[in-house]
Design a protein. Structure first.
Ligand code: NAP
Length: 254
């Protein structure tokens, strides 16, 4: 692939919000690295769908808890062209528990995937995109969550706190690389219809909560993807360190 090809790497691109982002990135003419952890069938189907529509995508297995896997994902991006964007989307939630019930293993996984993984991916992206390293600039978008403001008591305070770390990382990293051509922003989704709720043991969570949400409905993965695409684009050229609530009004107060 030509080095002029612009590449965006999406962690957890096989399903949900990440898959919606991959589709929209491909529509902008950029090549996409579709990272997935275990669900190869979904990632492969998405890559085929993008190719069918005339886009370029490759599926790369990798667990963001493993540094070696992250390096492999970025090497795949390098092989496609020049990295211009990272979407730190891979994320996990766990079943409802109080903090006084949580195991060390649960906490370790929660922070390894949602926080350390995002940091390591951001590190690799900055090394490639920052002018400090001879790069041509680019954008990073992190997936936060409205839970960082709600705290998610009696559900998953660990997840909410991990997403709080993402808010803080977004601001700090944005300032570190502000003069190096790299913009770093976050979106903070509310309740979005994806399989993440089933993975937390409540498959019907989005539908159940809908009547209590300000807009009386959950959001779609594509509604979040559109905000991410804007933050990655030149239209957001003066936007960095921003945390955009894409929550239909949920948890918008500080
Ligand atoms: P999802 O439907 O559960 O999909 C999760 C994605 O992350 C999948 O592609 C999965 O890969 C991947 N993944 C999980 N663990 C991984 C790991 N260790 N390494 C690499 N990839 C991994 O989730 P979603 O709802 O689209 O959520 C996407 C992001 O938005 C997450 O960061 C989540 O916290 C955030 N968010 C979601 C909501 C919501 O209501 N949906 C609200 C706020 C924030 P496999 O397919 O291989 O399993």
């Amino acid at each position: 692939m030509h080095e002029m090809t612009e590449v965006v790497l999406v962690t957890g691109g096989s399903r949900g919000i990440g898959a919606a982002v991959c589709r929209r990135v491909a529509e902008t003419g950029r090549a996409v690295v579709v990272n997935y952890a275990a669900n190869r069938a979904s990632a492969d189907a998405l890559v085929a769908e993008i190719a069918e529509a005339g886009g370029t995508a490759v599926a790369v297995q990798g667990d963001v808890r493993k540094e070696a896997d992250i390096l492999k994902m970025f090497e795949a991006a390098d092989a496609l062209g020049t990295l211009v964007g990272l979407v730190n989307n891979a994320g996990v939630v766990d079943s409802k528990q109080r903090v006084d019930e949580m195991s060390a293993e649960r906490l370790e996984r929660m922070f390894a995937v949602n926080v350390t993984g995002s940091f390591l991916c951001a590190r690799e992206a900055v090394k490639r995109m920052s002018t400090r390293y001879g790069g041509k600039g680019g954008g990073i978008v992190n997936l936060g969550s409205a839970s960082s403001k709600l705290g998610s008591p009696n559900q998953f305070v660990d997840y909410a706190a991990a997403k709080g770390a993402i808010d803080t990382m977004t601001v700090g990293l944005a300032l570190e690389v502000a003069e190096e051509g790299v913009r770093v922003n976050a979106v903070r989704p509310g309740i979005i219809e994806t399989e993440i709720h089933a993975s937390g043991g409540v498959p019907g969570r989005a539908a159940e909560l809908a009547p209590k949400l300000p807009m009386k409905r959950a959001g779609t993965a594509d509604e979040v993807a559109k905000a991410i695409i804007w933050l990655l684009s030149e239209d957001a050229s003066y936007t960095t360190g921003a945390i955009l609530d894409v929550s239909g009004g949920r948890a918008i107060l500080p």
